[in-house]
Write a protein that binds this ligand. Structure first.
Ligand SMILES: NC(=O)c1ccc[n+]([C@@H]2O[C@H](COP(=O)([O-])OP(=O)(O)OC[C@H]3O[C@@H](n4cnc5c(N)ncnc54)[C@H](OP(=O)(O)O)[C@@H]3O)[C@@H](O)[C@H]2O)c1
Length: 321
């Protein structure tokens, strides 16, 4: 079947909107959907550049990690893309129905497409990786991006007693108390001032959700652990994103001198089954308007220009076929 899709023909060029031959579903668990909305998440860009750790290297490819579609019987579904099938950035695609959830009548496809990927990172981290106990406190490191802002809200929704958001952009940092942050910390070029502010606001937190990694995460680890009143009290550090660097220099003393528990949250660290189990409750949170979802839309046909245009900071782009 001929469809139109955002097609990556080369990993060093943006996808091009062009005709594409969609193979018919062959498996009884596969179903054809009309695509309604697809989020342009950072993970989508990494996948389309061939650099994600799950990349197969096969070309041409249709990018996307998730989306909202309508099945032949009229049901709207949220679906998680399957690497072995054509991706969601297309007018129509084939989904694995086992990786899809029917959406309640009247659900806004744009909100779901914009929010599920950034919100899932903290939702799954705090429910599966380090199940949050009521009253525990959380630091979101890198709280000014889409996923970080969601993490601030999700931590509150899941019963955190205190939520601290740390990030660079002063304007988006100032908006975090309105989303439930009890305190904010500015990550600035002044390393000593940043360390002191982190120590004051967050030395006693139970969990860190880290979207940064790299040098700022290493500095934050050191600042928090040095200032912690009881270093043998566990600090769960959940590595989720790496916008500040793919690796960090971790002094061994930090692991010996405190109970620092380091883990990650992402595809592989959590099984597909566990992710799927979390979808309905998160969809309900988003659908009921309990999480703020800044989104803007653009036609899928404009994918090539949207791809290279500057992003509106803190706002997720959703492509509409
Ligand atoms: N593992 C998972 O399940 C999962 C799920 C979703 C996202 N992620 C990852 O999480 C990260 C964030 O995703 P997102 O959707 O929030 O992206 P996003 O909306 O593009 O936000 C990224 C934010 O990072 C901030 N930033 C960049 N470099 C920084 C630095 N050196 N120090 C402090 N802040 C910095 C930027 O804000 P300023 O420029 O204002 O500082 C930007 O707002 C990405 O690495 C993504 O791949 C992981």
């Amino acid at each position: 079947m001929e469809i139109r899709a955002a097609v990556v023909d080369s990993f060093d060029r943006p996808p091009r909107y062009r005709p594409f031959d969609l193979p018919a579903p062959t498996d009884e668990d596969h179903a054809l959907v009309d695509v309604l909305a697809v989020g342009l998440h950072p993970r989508v860009r990494t996948g389309a550049s061939g650099r994600h750790y799950t990349s197969t290297g096969r070309l041409p490819m249709v990018p996307g990690v998730d989306g909202v579609g309508r099945r032949a019987d009229g049901t709207a579904v949220y679906f998680v893309a399957d690497d072995d099938l054509v991706g969601p950035m297309a007018t129509r695609t084939v989904i694995d129905t086992r990786r899809s959830i029917p959406l309640p009548e009247g659900t806004d496809p744009v909100r779901i497409a914009a929010a599920m990927n950034p919100a899932m990172s903290s939702w799954v981290a705090l429910r599966r990786r380090v199940p949050l106990r009521p009253g525990q406190s959380v630091l979101v490191l890198g709280a000014t991006g889409n996923a970080g802002r969601m993490a601030v809200q999700v931590a509150g929704r899941l019963g955190a007693g205190r939520v601290v958001g740390a990030g660079r952009d002063p304007e988006r940092l100032a908006a975090l108390p309105g989303l439930g942050a009890d305190a904010t910390v500015a990550l600035t070029a002044d390393a000593d001032a940043t360390a002191a502010a982190l120590a004051e606001a967050a030395a006693e937190v139970d969990v860190v959700l880290d979207y940064l990694w790299g040098e700022p995460a290493a500095a934050a680890m050191s600042a928090l652990l040095r200032a912690r009143s009881d270093r043998s009290r566990t600090l769960d550090w959940v590595q989720i994103g790496s916008v500040a660097g793919p690796s960090l220099d971790l002094p061994s003393v930090l692991l010996r001198s405190a109970d620092l528990r380091l883990r990650g949250n992402g595809q592989g660290a959590v099984s597909t089954r566990a992710y799927l189990a979390e979808l309905p409750s998160l969809i309900e949170e988003i659908d009921h308007g309990r999480l703020a979802v800044p989104a803007r839309t653009a036609p899928l046909a404009d994918v090539e220009t949207v791809w290279t245009a500057p992003e509106a900071p803190g706002v997720r782009t959703v492509l509409l076929p």
